[in-house]
Design a protein around this ligand. Structure first.
Ligand SMILES: *Cc1c(COP(=O)(O)O)cnc(C)c1O
Length: 221
C-alpha cells in the first residue's frame, strides 16, 4: 500500500482530538513529500543532523517534532528548528533547552519523557523523579520553555496487558501533574503515547498525540 493510502486509513480510525505525528526518521525526503502532499503537516525525527538536512529541503509549514534522545552538545543546533521537543529526559536537558531558547529569544514547546518500560535502553524520567521535580519551584524560573505535557513508550512486547499497564502508568503521572492545582503549568495538555504497534491502546489509555512511523512509511532500512 502507498503512503497516502496508509495515512488515509489511519486518519479514518484516529479520533479527531488526537494528533498524528508521522515519524519519518531514516526515510527519504521524497517519502515525506508524498505524505505532505496528502495534507500531513506533523512529522517526527529522532536525529538532529537528519532533521536539519530534511527541513531545508521541505516546505516551511511542516511542524517537526523531535522525538529522539537529545545529547546536550546538540541542543544549540536544534533550538528554533522543531515545533516541539518530545523527548526531554532530564532536568539538565530541560534547563539547557531553556537557556539556548532564551539566547535566541524564542520559547520552545517541550514534552517530558517518562520511563516506565522494562527495557534499560529507554530514556526518560522515572515517574517518582518527575513528580518530585514538580514539588520544587525550580521549574517556574524556566521562562523560555513551554512544558506541554508528557511523552512515553511502552515496553517493546506483543503482550497487550503489559503495554496497557505501561500506558496507564504514564497516564497516571500525566493526570497527577495536570490536576495539581498548586502547579503553574498552563500548557500542560499533551499526552504522547503510541507507535505503529500499539497506538490503538495508547489512545484507549488517553493519548492525544500518537507517533507512527512504519505503519505509514514501511520498515526502516
Ligand atoms: C521510531 C519512533 C516512533 C515510531 O515507531 P514506529 O514503530 O515505526 O511507528 C515513535 N516514537 C519514537 C520515540 C520513536 O523513536
Amino acid at each position: 500500500m502507498s503512503i497516502s493510502q496508509n495515512l488515509q486509513i489511519l486518519k479514518e480510525e484516529i479520533p479527531q482530538n488526537v494528533e498524528l505525528v508521522a515519524v519519518s526518521k531514516f526515510h527519504p525526503v521524497s517519502m515525506i513529500r508524498e505524505a505532505y502532499d496528502t495534507g500531513q503537516r506533523l512529522f517526527g525525527e529522532s536525529r538532529v543532523q537528519e532533521l536539519l538536512k530534511k527541513k531545508g529541503q521541505l516546505p516551511d509549514d511542516i511542524k517537526w517534532h523531535f522525538i529522539g534522545h537529545l545529547q546536550t552538545n546538540k541542543v544549540r543546533q536544534l533550538i528554533g528548528i522543531p515545533y516541539m521537543i518530545e523527548s526531554v529526559d532530564s532536568v539538565r536537558l530541560l534547563e539547557l533547552i531553556n537557556k539556548e531558547s532564551e539566547k535566541i529569544g524564542i520559547t520552545t514547546n517541550v514534552l517530558l519523557q517518562i520511563h516506565v518500560a522494562r527495557e534499560e535502553t529507554k530514556f526518560g524520567f522515572y515517574p517518582e523523579e518527575l513528580l518530585e521535580y514538580f514539588t520544587t519551584d525550580s521549574y517556574l524560573s524556566l521562562k523560555s520553555v513551554r512544558i506541554c505535557g508528557i511523552m512515553g513508550m511502552a515496553t517493546n512486547t506483543d503482550d497487550e496487558e503489559t503495554i496497557r499497564k505501561d500506558f496507564r502508568k504514564i497516564h497516571d503521572v500525566f493526570s497527577k501533574i495536570k490536576s495539581n492545582e498548586r502547579l503553574h503549568l498552563p500548557y500542560f495538555k499533551c499526552l504522547s503515547m503510541g507507535m505503529s504497534g500499539d497506538w490503538r491502546i495508547g489512545i484507549e489509555e488517553g493519548a492525544n498525540i500518537v507517533r507512527i512511523g512504519s505503519a505509514i512509511f514501511g520498515e526502516r532500512v
